[in-house]
Design a protein around this ligand. Structure first.
Ligand code: GDP
Ligand code: IMO
Ligand code: MG
Length: 430
């Protein structure tokens, strides 16, 4: 078993980028398996802060190879910008360090336009999409219309492109959506030429060969389990399987090769975009949390909605993913709270108290049932070991572990690589 998976258990932005970068030295290959430029994974080290959208978060480590898997959707224009920004700051040998699946689906300029047209047509019911063309690109993939990265090498690529764009334009006409394509198409075709200079591979062979040679792979999730297309708060979800099963289909590795599943969550909750959020704090406390956590989207800059930790939804995510280790992020954001609330159950309209997510959470009123905790109310910067943590934080961690029945192996107390406390060094360190 040599593919470990790291994924978010909430609504994304849990801190996956930081932790993938932290864990990367333990692995040979870091592989993204779904999502696209809707993701924004932040890494901080040696005074640098960097947000990655499509490139896996192992790219800053010297020894590791990175793979963009077949389950991903890739925008060549954003990819080019991302690579060029990295090259201007760091010495990264992309020829050696980055491989892209030929089966990765291409995001076309018209996919982005369609995303905007769909959202505009929904009015108040809009999903709050990042408008990166994610939904329309996955729709074309499932509808068997999409164009894959391997196709850019085919002699008739331009004709295939044109035929799909024609179909998109008739949809845009239907929506009466106004747009111009000329500039964006120019940038798109330049970016396609740029993309051709990268290692485009049959990634399912590439990754299985690596596994057969005894190499270790870390599959990096994007978004979070509560945004999963099947199990999230549909339709307020993204368009891919963000859960651990998605790593098998998104990389072409069999379930029997999966080892540890690292489930990452914030010590509280955030959500960006529309959709239900039972523990949301639409008051000064939520505002304070947003300020303390600097909760603004890494991709869109939108303020993130903030709220208390939600155990029923974490239980759900742990169940769906088969989480073997929990990693708790952003504990430091709660440093100044005298009192913390944790939602243990939901109260439904008929008065019943449950710890499961009701079928139609979008149309069901759920009231959180909270348990109160004393805050640690102290700065954590000097805390270097689990043993040195304040008792209130130890109690908070113990409660979550007991509720979820999975150990918390790592606690993050700041955005920098070094602000990480490993509790179970066998699980998360070389
Ligand atoms: P991702 O999408 O899961 O990779 O997460 P994002 O990068 O979108 O958002 C997480 C944000 O929290 C980033 O700005 C990180 O630098 C920051 N961050 C990560 N871990 C911690 C932590 O333990 N404490 C604090 N204060 N910030 C953190
Ligand atoms: P990372 O990987 C947080 C949200 C959007 C929107 C919904 C659908 O950084 O955790 P989409 O653009 O996918 O059609 O948007 O999903 N969303 C994210 N929220 N973090 C992300 O990625 C997200 N990617 C998409 O805000 O509500
Ligand atoms: Mg993010």
């Amino acid at each position: 078993m040599a593919v470990d998976i790291l994924l978010g258990l909430q609504w994304g932005d849990e801190g996956k980028g930081k932790v993938v970068d932290f864990l990367a030295p333990k692995y040979d290959l870091i592989a993204r398996f779904q999502g696209g430029p809707n993701a924004g994974h932040t890494l901080e080290f040696d005074g640098h802060k960097h947000v990655l959208h499509q490139i896996p978060s192992g790219i800053f480590r010297d020894e590791q190879i990175n793979l963009i898997g077949n389950g991903v959707v890739l925008d060549p224009v954003i990819f080019r910008k991302e690579v060029e920004a990295l090259i201007s700051k760091f010495k990264i040998d992309f020829k050696k360090k980055l491989f892209i699946s030929k089966k990765t689906q291409l995001i076309l300029p018209t996919h982005r336009l369609l995303d905007a047209a769909h959202e505009a047509s929904k009015g108040n019911n809009k999903i709050g999409s990042t408008l990166k063309g994610i939904g329309p690109t996955y729709s074309d993939k499932i509808g068997r219309l999409g164009i894959r990265i391997g196709d850019i090498l085919a002699p008739d690529f331009k004709e295939r492109y044109r035929s799909l764009v024609n179909a998109h334009e008739s949809q845009l006409k239907f929506y009466k959506f106004e747009y111009t394509l000329e500039e964006t198409e120019k940038a798109f075709f330049e970016a396609i030429e740029f993309l051709k200079t990268f290692n485009l591979v049959d990634s399912e062979y590439f990754i299985n060969d690596a596994l057969n040679k005894g190499q270790k792979v870390l599959a990096e999730g994007a978004q979070g389990s509560l945004l999963d297309i099947d199990f999230g708060s549909y339709p307020f979800v993204t368009s891919s399987n963000t859960m651990s099963a998605g790593a098998c289909t998104g990389l072409g590795v069999p379930p029997s090769k999966i080892g540890s599943v690292y489930g990452i969550f914030k010590a509280y909750c955030t959500r960006v975009g529309s959709g239900p959020f039972p523990t949301e704090l639409s008051d000064a406390t939520g505002e304070f949390m947003r300020k303390e956590g600097n909760e603004f989207g890494s991709t869109t800059g939108r303020p993130r909605r903030c709220g208390w930790l939600d155990i029923p939804s974490l239980k759900y995510a742990v169940m769906l993913n088969g989480v073997t280790h929990l990693l708790m992020m952003k504990a430091d954001v709660l440093n100044k709270f005298e009192e913390l609330l944790v939602c243990t159950h939901y109260k439904l309209e008929d008065g019943s108290i449950v710890d499961q997510i009701p079928y139609d959470i979008v149309r069901t009123n759920v009231t959180p049932v909270y348990k109160k905790f004393k805050g640690w109310n102290q700065d954590l910067s000097d805390v270097k070991t689990f043993e040195a943590m304040p008792q209130e934080l130890v109690d908070y961690i113990a409660f979550v572990e007991q509720q979820l029945n999975v150990p918390i192996s790592l606690i993050s107390i700041g955005p920098d690589r070094t602000q990480t406390i490993v509790r179970d060094s066998e699980a998360v360190i070389l």
